[in-house]
Ligand binder design. Structure first.
Ligand SMILES: NC(=O)c1ccc[n+]([C@@H]2O[C@H](COP(=O)([O-])OP(=O)(O)OC[C@H]3O[C@@H](n4cnc5c(N)ncnc54)[C@H](OP(=O)(O)O)[C@@H]3O)[C@@H](O)[C@H]2O)c1
Length: 275
């Protein structure tokens, strides 16, 4: 965890901050001095993060939003600007994955992935750039993609992450003459609630390998102590959300003339979970 207040005076928005990678990113940005706006649908866990950020001397606000609605994404950025007068860091992190073959996949799950992983991220990028330009920020946009974007046969979820890579690269070029940089982060398999839509028997089997006996319900959150134990006992194949957050913190702390374009953060061994 960082203690240096390198982001003092900066305003940051993090989507998907109620769980996993986004939660770690929000807390590390807050500990580094940014005023962080945490957004997600689950208020309780974001209020816990707000408390931890404030205990470290930082500032944080919680905004519940369903980012599948573009108006709510715009409203989130507007709220940050209304409150602090600026926007410096935008982390488009919220995402979902429903593993299924194309022939067995469900169109509503595809819609959810397309709207959350692509549409919300696009609206987040556009609104954030407008807000950053309006306050002459040295802005940092961070888009959370996936190592699934490094393979062509990574399913519908993977195709949303290919889109994230393309959007990041396109926006980076559009912003070459602005003081705004774009970093695309591709995590490997990380122990988070991302697995909530996976086959429960599969996730329970992975937990068993770490010595954990747990009964899960598909679509519901995985107990935090299970995730922590998994990350701790299976370090070779499962990363910790803090690993990704440290990479994001490193990227947003670079001078504005340096663009860390793409970052892959993964555990040493690869395990194909569709992540
Ligand atoms: N974990 C991995 O192995 C892995 C690997 C590569 C990439 N990623 C990417 O990392 C990002 C973060 O995922 P994670 O692993 O941290 O999973 P996670 O623990 O399930 O967190 C996902 C976050 O996105 C939020 N979210 C989902 N749909 C939303 C919506 N419609 N409106 C608002 N918030 C919404 C969730 O909020 P609520 O829970 O409050 O609904 C939650 O805060 C995603 O983009 C994912 O694709 C993950």
């Amino acid at each position: 965890m960082s203690t240096a207040k390198t982001l003092d005076g900066k305003t940051a928005v993090v989507t998907g901050a109620s769980s996993g990678i986004g939660c770690s990113i929000a807390e590390q940005l807050g500990e580094a001095g940014a005023c962080v706006f945490l957004s997600g649908r689950t208020e309780e866990s974001m209020l816990e993060s707000k408390k931890r950020i404030e205990a470290s001397g930082g500032r944080a606000e919680v905004i519940t939003a369903d980012i599948r609605d573009p108006a709510q994404v715009r409203g989130l950025i507007q709220a940050a600007v209304d409150f602090t007068g600026r926007l410096d860091i935008m982390v488009n992190n919220a995402g979902v994955g429903f593993p299924a073959s194309i022939m067995e996949g469900d169109a509503e799950n595809w819609r959810t992935m397309l709207e959350t992983n692509i549409l919300a991220l696009l609206v987040g990028c556009q609104s954030a750039v407008k807000a950053m330009r309006a306050c002459n920020a040295e802005g940092q946009i961070v888009n959370i993609s996936s190592i699934a974007a490094q393979r062509n046969n990574s399913g519908v979820y993977g195709s949303t992450k290919h889109a994230v890579n393309a959007i990041s690269a396109t926006l980076r070029e559009e912003l070459e003459d602005d003081t705004i940089r774009v970093t695309n982060v591709m995590p490997g398999v990380i122990a988070t609630n991302f697995a909530r839509h996976f086959d429960t028997q599969f996730v329970e089997g992975v937990a068993k390998m770490a010595g954990i006996d747990v009964k899960l319900t598909q679509g519901e959150r995985i107990p935090p102590e299970v995730l922590e134990t998994l990350a701790d006992k299976m370090k070779q194949v499962l990363g910790h959300p803090d690993d990704v957050a440290r990479a994001v913190l490193f990227a947003v702390n670079q001078p504005i003339e340096v663009n860390l374009a793409d970052i892959v953060v993964r555990p040493p061994k690869s395990m194909n979970l569709g992540g």
